[in-house]
Design a protein around this ligand. Sequence first.
Ligand code: KIV
Length: 272
Amino acid sequence: MSTAKKEYKRVTVKSLVDMKKNGEKISMLTAYDYSMAKIVDAANVDVILVGDSASNVMAGHETTLPITLDQMIYHASSVIRAVERALVVVDIPFGSYQSDPKEALRSAIRIMKESGAHAVKLEGGIEIKESVKRILNAGIPVMGHLGLTPQSIYKFGTYTVRAKEDQEADKLLEDAKLLEKLGCFAIVLEKIPATLTKKVSESISIPTIGIGAGKHADGQVLVIHDLLGMTHEFNPRFLRRYMNLYEEMGQAISHYVTDVKSRDFPSDEEQY
Ligand code: KIV
């Protein structure tokens, strides 16, 4: 395993597999709009995920279920316009791929054609095998997503850690091997025990990207609003906050309100 870090001018699906081979961890973050994507890309994040978590953090829904394909394409095209280096992966939203593989392919093609994205992500294992195959056959790179799959929240009933029992853990491992065999280039593992992440990551040659899945994943992903501390009421154990933007932005905005009310803003220098 080499420790030298290779510079990637443009991250591709192949770069990610190379990173795993070379023992370099992969960084992935969500973004949903142009301004945020520009900052994330300039900070050298390898993969930008236009996640269906936009449904929660951008639109204020309780779950990821309500966001539509058109809305995902709108977010994805805003992100694509900002990005020069990162690989941009877009979630196919709930209701746009579950009914049949042809619908799945149509949705994937719309995302690629209308937004300019580089790859799509779907939730599930064996249940979506035919859809994954069909999308891959059309030349569209696919990222898998196993463990806690938020589009199935009403089936699970809670957002707690998945695959703690042997049966579910065995199925997850088999699903990961299947997604690799089908030709997926990476798999997100969400909220599963660290020991299972280790087992999965050692059993497949494509990278695993964890969220609440521990240190053995080949990469990590967080929702940008969580990392920046904008979603201050969301406090899962796996989340490391790098800022407290909820407070900092609140203070800045209150300061602006005070300045407007007191006639301090605008000053003589701030007018024409
Ligand atoms: O939608 C999303 O943000 C995701 C990540 C949590 C992996 O799928």
